[in-house]
Design a protein around this ligand. Sequence first.
Ligand SMILES: [Zn+2]
Length: 454
Amino acid sequence: MDDLWQALHALARAEKDWLVATRRDLHRHPETAWAEYRTASLAAATLEEAGFALRMGGDALNAQARPRRLDPEQVQREQARARAQGADPRWLARMPDGLTGLWGDLILDDETADESGSPRGPLIAFRFDMDANAGLNECRDADHAPAAQGFASCRDDAMHACGHDGHVALGLGLARVLAALRPELARRFRGRIRLIFQPAEEEGEGAPGMVAAGAVDGVSRLFGIHLSMQAGKSGALVCGTTHFLATTNFEVFFDGRAAHAGLAPEEGRNALLAACTACTALLGIARHGEGATRINVGEMRGGEAPNAIPAQAWFRGETRGESSDINGFMMAEVRRMVQGAARMHGCTARLLCQSYCPGASSHPELAALVERVARDMGGFDPILPRAEFWASEDCCWFMNKVEEDGGQAAYLQLGADRPSGHHTARFTFDENVLPRGVELLARLALVSLARRDA
Ligand SMILES: [Zn+2]
């Protein structure tokens, strides 16, 4: 294998300029949840050119399994915006109705494997998220590298502040490196390598529809990856992330009765007061003896004037739990307290769950394999066998499905220096880590395939 590892190393190094240019292009053109048309078009074009068999639109994302969709006017607007920013209309036509997820398969099976009934090689999958952060205005100061070097976000209501621009670049660089080695790979290995590009991670909405469309059916090994995060510095690597929290996003509508605040306040039923009572009650939900919990109310609105009793109020928040059961406990408490607070103030309340994401953990055996492969490859320091995440990631949908079906999943974190935290206006990351990331992922793919000489 040494010749192959050397070829891979050289190829990944040679991709550096392409990786950086691609990351910067994506960074300059951020796209938020369910509007990743330009990004997905670039992914589709690159995968096709690299010889991957594509699945797009309704074939890659089950529209019914989406927790949320953009309305038709938003879809039209976002498609037009993507076209104006250079997205190829040929690909846009294949992503109707905000179905911006896709995957590509590099097939190294024997061509006859299907008809003869002989077993196909293993299916190895990698998952990359594509969306940017909504509502963030990227820093324009001269000491912020993307601004200084001319690739800061072209809009003021969205930016790549989590590194997903780098994730897409990693995935597409991986496709190009594997494509360059394809004749050699086909000679030595059997199996298929699937690269999954997922929309809407930031809202935790993109994964369930892709799982429902079969994105990881039959996958024996799945790798997810995030830049920086807990791996922090360039050179560091987390081999297996554990303790992803299950989470639910919810919103509550309170209805009361309006009244003159001076003349007849006693006739009013104050919906804003009910919302405030509910909010303080929720932050007092008991801790759970079997694991960690989180609760947050992050946005609230209500009322219209200082001299009127508010008839309507609204807030939204989230729960998290170390397991799906513990998160379920939190949501049951939320429901009970919201109803109690509404009744207390003579109002009614309606609670809607906007999205749900399960928890998960990397499989220890697969994390150990990542560690071995990284040590063989060299260049990583420190190599951390595991890290506890204590946040949520909708990659857990894919991870759980793979493990339910008897496969294994691991979520890596690739260290990259960053001047500022994730989800802040000064976020960016050290692009020098991208070739090393591509090389590691390609190695993981190859050691997971079946060898023809074995
Ligand atoms: Zn992220």
